[in-house]
Ligand binder design. Structure first.
Ligand code: 4AZ
Length: 261
């Protein structure tokens, strides 16, 4: 029995290795062109993602976020871990950093006790706003309760850098990236960090989230399935973008929303 399972485990590892090799070689072939938008995306010119908000801290653009209720935003814990709540603002109903949109103060920042600053594990936070956002100015996004299937193409939006060297993008950017298996992602990050069950990865040649996109939504099947969390560089074919897996932190979000109803 032991031998059989050991044999299977080795077969599984071999399969993973082959998947990884295939992924990397495809990437080398397709990766002729990098360095575009969000990275590799396009400008959002209509207000079609009206659950999107941006966070501003002490007057400076900080991160992205998503309205899940008229007075609640889901973002990344690493965006709001060290901030003074009174200096935090959220801007809804805008797709350009130059437009104010609807501005709200934050009443409470809720960070789960499982969040680990060092490993970026459990990178989720809920912001309870001081006042509601009018229904005419937003649509709440539903949470993706179940894990997203590998290969699903997901939308990521944000005002982050359009390549590794540039500034934040004034106009909101969007990109579509396919979800990778956690096992393949873990192999790719083997020398860097552990990819936990609270994380999911997505990447395509030349397409990625980047610094400044953190906290913003990854939308799969029309629902909030991920939160931009971290990565090594941006659109580096060796390192996929890492996102908080909403399905694995679903009960934290739901119980927090219930508590602050
Ligand atoms: C960041 O620094 C960051 N490529 C966010 C996402 C990614 C890399 C860096 C993913 O906020």
């Amino acid at each position: 029995m032991y031998l059989v399972s050991k044999h299977n485990a080795m077969g599984f590892q071999l399969q993973l290795l082959l998947q990884l090799m295939l992924y990397l070689s495809l990437d080398q072939l397709l990766c002729a062109e990098i360095d575009e938008r969000i990275v590799g995306g396009t400008s959002v010119t209509e207000k079609k993602y009206d659950y999107f908000v941006r966070l501003r801290y002490q007057g400076v653009f900080l991160c992205g976020g998503s309205l899940v209720r008229n007075n609640a935003v889901v973002t990344a814990a690493h965006c709001v871990n060290d901030v003074r709540v009174k200096d935090l603002r959220i801007h809804a109903d805008t797709i350009n950093l130059k437009d104010k949109g609807i501005v709200r103060r934050v009443k409470t920042v809720v960070i789960p006790s499982l969040y680990n600053e060092r490993t970026t594990n459990y990178d989720v936070a809920v912001l309870i706003l001081a006042a509601t956002v009018p229904n005419a100015n937003f649509t709440a996004i539903q949470l993706h309760k179940t894990p997203v299937a590998v290969g699903t193409k997901c939308l990521v939006i944000g005002h982050g850098m359009t390549n590794d060297k540039e500034q934040d993008s004034t106009q909101l950017q969007e990109v579509w990236v396919p979800v990778l298996s956690r096992a393949v992602c873990q192999l790719m990050y083997l020398r860097v960090t552990r990819i936990t069950r609270y994380m999911m990865c997505a990447a395509d040649a030349g397409k990625d989230s980047c610094s400044g996109d953190s906290g913003g939504p990854m939308v799969c099947n029309g629902k909030l399935a991920g939160i931009v969390s971290f990565g090594v560089e941006c659109a580096d074919p060796r390192y996929p973008g890492v996102y908080t897996d909403i399905s694995s932190v679903y009960s934290f979000i739901e119980s927090t929303l219930e508590k602050y109803k």
